[in-house]
Design a protein around this ligand. Structure first.
Ligand SMILES: [Zn+2]
Length: 126
């Protein structure tokens, strides 16, 4: 008995689909993948933000050194995903992202701190 054409076609289509997806990801640069993700993130955040911003008072989840921070420190290396809410510089009024070795500061303020111009980041935390 001849194997049905339908089965063969479906198999072929499935293989091709998989190939297309793999090739699309392969040919995309890391930049593109990151951009794709951060676009989705900022879109969803914009939606959530509109609702949240109506409430006065401090932003939620912003207290340094509280439970969530301790938790994430306890289990490192599990999350390899792109950071959505990158922590900001600890210096008051500075909105830049902090950088990994910056002790809570952005590049500029970290340099200012190492030069002794400002206090340690922990001095500004409440
Ligand atoms: Zn800064």
């Amino acid at each position: 008995m001849v194997k049905s054409n339908l089965e063969a076609n479906i198999k072929e289509a499935a293989d091709q689909f998989a190939l297309v997806v793999v090739n699309a990801v392969k040919s995309a640069t890391l930049q593109e993948l990151i951009a794709l993700q951060s676009e989705a993130v900022s879109a969803s955040r914009a939606k959530a933000g509109r609702r949240l911003r109506k409430k006065p008072g401090p932003k939620p989840g912003r207290k340094p050194g509280h439970k969530a921070a301790v938790k994430s420190a306890l289990k490192p290396a599990k999350k390899k995903r792109i950071v959505k809410n990158y922590p900001k510089c600890a210096y008051p009024g500075c909105n830049k992202n902090r950088f990994p070795r910056g002790k809570g500061y952005c590049g500029d303020h970290w340099r200012a701190w190492t030069a002794g111009k400002i206090k340690a980041a922990s001095a500004y935390k409440k």
